[in-house]
Design a protein around this ligand. Structure first.
Ligand code: PMP
Length: 439
C-alpha cells in the first residue's frame, strides 16, 4: 500500500536517510513544530523570547527541596530508586485527588494514573481512542503538543472557534453535525478550558454545562487538559468539566506549572471503565512513572506550603501579564488586537490583514525578538495573522523591550504590505541542533 507510506521529501538533508522507505506510515504526521525549529535561535541571550512557554521556577525553595530530596534517599532510598507500579505511587494519587477537589472533582485514587507529564497522558489517550482517520475536535487554535499527538496517531483535527469566553458551543454542535454528515467518527473533544494555551481565554461558566451536554448528545468523549487551572491571577478556580460529567470526561493534570516541569509528573483521571486500559497503555510506554520523582512531589506536597508557593507563582505571572498588556497597549500599531488572560502564560495577538506572522518571524528574530507564529497552533494552516506571546519567563523589563521591538517590526511589515501587498512566507532558518520544545 504505497499510498500509505510517508511522502519522500524531494530535497534537503532528509534525502540522506537510508531508512526512509522503512518508516511506518504514521511517521508522516511526525514533523517538528515551528516552535521547536525556532527554539535554538530564540534562546540566544540578545533575543527577547516571547516564544517559549517555560514556567518561571525562580521562586522555588531550592534549599528546602534539596534537603527533602536528600531525606528521601537517606530514609527511603531503596524504594525511591526501584521500579514502582504503572498506576503510580499510592500516596501521590491520594494527594492528586485532594488537589482536583479544588476544582470540584470527586475522584477515587484508583482512577488516577500517574504519567510522565500530561503530555504522556495526551499520547496515551489518543493511542487508546483514535484509529487513523478518526476525528478529534479541538479548539482553534490549540496546544501544539496535543496536535502533535493527534497527528502521530493519524487522527484528523476539526477546529472549533473560540471567542473571549472560550469554546463556542454552537460551533461545537455544528462541527459534530458536519462530522456526522461526512460519515466520520468524532472520538473526542480535546479542550483546555482554563487560561488556554495559546489563546489565553477561559471557558465561561454557563458554557461548561452546555458543552458537556452537547458531547453527551453526540456520544463524544471529552478530554479536558488543565495544566493552568490553579494559575488564575486572583486565585479564582472554575468547576472542571470532569466535575460535571465524571463518566464522560478524561481529565489531564500536571505538576509542571504548579511545581517543577523537569520532574515530569502529571496524571490522567479516567472514567472508571477506562482506567484499566490506561494502566496497560502506561505500562507498555514506560513500565512505570519514575518512583523517585513521584516521591519528591509527594513529600513536597505533604511538607511544604505548596498552595502558598502556587500563590507566589501566580503573583509572578500576574506582574508579567500586566507588563505585557500595558506594553501591547502602548506600542502595538492600530489594527492589532489581543486577548486579556486572567491566568496562565499566554496572550494571543491578531495582526492586520496583509501581515503574515510566519513570514515576519525571521525579521523579528533579526530585530532580537521572538514569538510563536499562529499557524503552528492549527492543524489546517490557519493562523497566519496570529501569534502567541508568552509572558511567563522574561522579566517585566524584557517583556516591555520585546514588545517594543516587535511593534517596530510590525510597523515596517505593515508599510511593506501597504506598498507591495501581502508579504509571502519565507523559510525560517532552521537551527542545526534544535532543543526540545517544552511548550
Ligand atoms: N497541555 C497543555 C495545554 C500545555 O500547555 C502543556 C505544556 N505546556 C502540556 C499539556 C504538557 O505539559 P506537561 O507534559 O509538562 O505536563
Amino acid at each position: 500500500m504505497t499510498e500509505n507510506r510517508p511522502a519522500k521529501p524531494q530535497s534537503g538533508r532528509h534525502n540522506l536517510d537510508p531508512h526512509l522507505d522503512r518508516y511506518a506510515a504514521r511517521t508522516a504526521g511526525m514533523t517538528a513544530s515551528e516552535i521547536r525549529a525556532l527554539f535554538a535561535v530564540a534562546s540566544r541571550p540578545e533575543v527577547v523570547s516571547l516564544a517559549g512557554g517555560m514556567p518561571n521556577l525562580a521562586a522555588l525553595p531550592l534549599d528546602t527541596l534539596s534537603a527533602q530530596v536528600g531525606e528521601i534517599i537517606a530514609t527511603e532510598g531503596l524504594v525511591a530508586l526501584q521500579y514502582g507500579s504503572a498506576h503510580g505511587v499510592p500516596a501521590l494519587r491520594d494527594q492528586i485527588c485532594e488537589i482536583m477537589s479544588l476544582e470540584g472533582i470527586k475522584a477515587h485514587p484508583d482512577d488516577v494514573v500517574v504519567t510522565v507529564g500530561s503530555q504522556m497522558g495526551l499520547d496515551m489517550v489518543t493511542r487508546l481512542f483514535c484509529d487513523p482517520g478518526d476525528v478529534v475536535i479541538a479548539e482553534g487554535p490549540s496546544y501544539v503538543g496535543a496536535l502533535g499527538s493527534f497527528s502521530a496517531y493519524q487522527a484528523n483535527v476539526v477546529h472549533v472557534a473560540m471567542d473571549e469566553h472560550g469554546l463556542v458551543p454552537e460551533g461545537l454542535r455544528e462541527a459534530l453535525r458536519q462530522t456526522e454528515k461526512a460519515g466520520k467518527r468524532a472520538k473526542f473533544l480535546y479542550t483546555i478550558p482554563n487560561f488556554h494555551n495559546p489563546a489565553g481565554v477561559t471557558l465561561a461558566l454557563d458554557r461548561r454545562a452546555e458543552i458537556v451536554e452537547i458531547c453527551r448528545e453526540y456520544g463524544v468523549l471529552i478530554v479536558e487538559d488543565n495544566p493552568y487551572g490553579l494559575l488564575g491571577f486572583d486565585g479564582q478556580t472554575y468547576p472542571a468539566l470532569r466535575s460535571l460529567d465524571p463518566d464522560n470526561v478524561v481529565y489531564l493534570g500536571s505538576f509542571s506549572k504548579t511545581f517543577a516541569s523537569g520532574l515530569r509528573v502529571g496524571w490522567v483521571l479516567a472514567p472508571h471503565a477506562v482506567r484499566e486500559k490506561l494502566v496497560l497503555a502506561a505500562e507498555s510506554a514506560t513500565l512505570c512513572p519514575p518512583t523517585f520523582n513521584q516521591m519528591i512531589v509527594s513529600r513536597y506536597l505533604a511538607t511544604h506550603d505548596w498552595k502558598g508557593q502556587v500563590k507566589k507563582f501566580r503573583e509572578n505571572y500576574r506582574e508579567r501579564r500586566d507588563a505585557m498588556l500595558s506594553a501591547l497597549q502602548q506600542y502595538l500599531p492600530p489594527g492589532c488586537s489581543w486577548t486579556n488572560p486572567d491566568g496562565g502564560f499566554y496572550v494571543w495577538v491578531t495582526v492586520p490583514e496583509g501581515v503574515d506572522t510566519k513570514a515576519m518571524l525571521p525579521r523579528a528574530v533579526t530585530a532580537r525578538v521572538a514569538y510563536a507564529s499562529g499557524t503552528g497552533f492549527y492543524a489546517d494552516g490557519f493562523g497566519s495573522r496570529q501569534m502567541r506571546l508568552s509572558y511567563c519567563y522574561p522579566t517585566p523589563e524584557r517583556i516591555r523591550e520585546g514588545v517594543r521591538r516587535l511593534a517596530a517590526v510590525l510597523e515596517s511589515e505593515m508599510d511593506l504590505s501597504r506598498t507591495f501587498g501581502s508579504v509571502k512566507a519565507r523559510t525560517i532558518p532552521g537551527p542545526e541542533t534544535p532543543s526540545p520544545d517544552t511548550v
